[in-house]
Design a protein around this ligand. Structure first.
Ligand code: GRG
Length: 301
């Protein structure tokens, strides 16, 4: 027997669906239409960007902005910018020189569909487009500048790119829990934190509000990665839309391989509870962020 969803959960689903529609429409509008963008490059960008991802990062931007009293409308360019950077990183991560994956978001990965050279260029284009959006679409201009600086730092050599390099090197010389956490902090955690910061900056959040968002983002990022490892360990490729058990095949360090499944699950639960407590100073305006943390824990893809 299936339980009837409560009115509250139906309303929550409705709000989440509306947010997702706005994100999808805004991302569609990001696909370059100018004749100077070659058709094949445009198709490769659209193929990866509009594929059915979970849109966790743009949702974090929008919800953080709302939690600090800002509007969805004002934060949409920043929401798109983080998804553009995320999509670039996925395209490049899937390349034969990196993780060599043919499946992403339930579709052939970008290089599998368009060839390696076009996939590299599509990733490069997405990265540039993200900063153009922040520099031109965020008001006031000072907030746009702060967003550019924060996202550039997160995407750069001490963030996403550095984490990826450390991850590649760890395949040759695996370390322990501290090394694993340091890789994921740069590859995943910092990206989730910057989403919250961008949302806060657009809303002109106070230092105290920004600190609450950050205290939420740190444990959320680590919990996200633990759940990601558990899904790779136990999940099903057709649900995840990407290959599973890849980490084990490549002899990669993961949370379940280091801590076991039960302890990994316990840690993820604890981290999510910590993240949710950090939202208390933001009051009811942060309800959607609280629910999103639960989604990160319960997700199956
Ligand atoms: C190539 C510079 C460069 C960086 C690559 C993001 C990344 C770094 C690699 C992706 C591989 C990976 C498994 C990373 C850790 C977890 C992660 C970021 C998973 C993908 O994010 P989701 O689950 O993806 O939010 P969707 O498709 O739902 O957006």
């Amino acid at each position: 027997m299936t339980a009837t969803p409560s009115l509250v959960s139906q309303l929550e689903d409705h709000v989440a669906a509306e947010l997702d529609q706005r994100i999808q429409a805004a991302l569609e509008a990001c696909v370059p239409q100018d004749v100077d963008c070659p058709d094949r490059l445009r198709d490769a960008i659209a193929h990866s960007l509009l594929a059915p991802g979970k849109r966790l990062r743009p949702r974090l931007v929008l919800m953080a902005c709302q939690a600090c009293g800002g509007s969805i409308e004002a934060a949409l360019p920043a929401a798109c910018a983080v998804e553009l950077v995320h999509t670039y990183s996925l395209i490049h991560d899937d390349l034969p020189a990196m993780d060599d994956d043919d499946l992403r978001r339930g579709r052939p990965s970008c290089h599998a569909a368009f060839g390696e050279a076009t996939a590299i260029l599509a990733g490069d284009a997405l990265l540039a487009m993200a900063f153009e959006l922040l520099a031109t679409q965020i008001q006031p201009a000072e907030a746009g500048l702060s967003c550019c600086a924060a996202l550039a730092r997160t995407a750069g050599p001490t963030g996403l790119v550095g984490g990826q390099q450390a991850d590649l090197e760890a395949e040759q010389t695996p370390g322990g829990l501290a090394e694993l956490e340091a890789i994921h902090r740069r590859k995943t955690g910092e990206m989730l934190r910057v989403c919250l910061r961008l949302g806060g900056l657009v809303a002109a959040a106070s230092p105290a509000q920004l600190a609450s968002l950050d205290a939420y983002g740190r444990p959320l990022g680590l919990a996200f990665q633990i759940v990601d490892d558990l899904l790779d360990w136990q999940g099903q490729a057709h649900v995840l839309g990407k290959k599973t058990q890849k980490d084990a095949e490549r002899g990669k360090l993961t949370f379940p391989s280091l801590l076991g499944v039960d302890e990994s699950q316990r840690r993820a639960q604890e981290l999510i509870a910590t993240a949710q407590r950090a939202l208390e100073p933001l009051g009811p305006a942060a309800t959607s962020l609280r629910q999103l943390a639960q989604f990160v824990l319960d997700r199956n893809r």
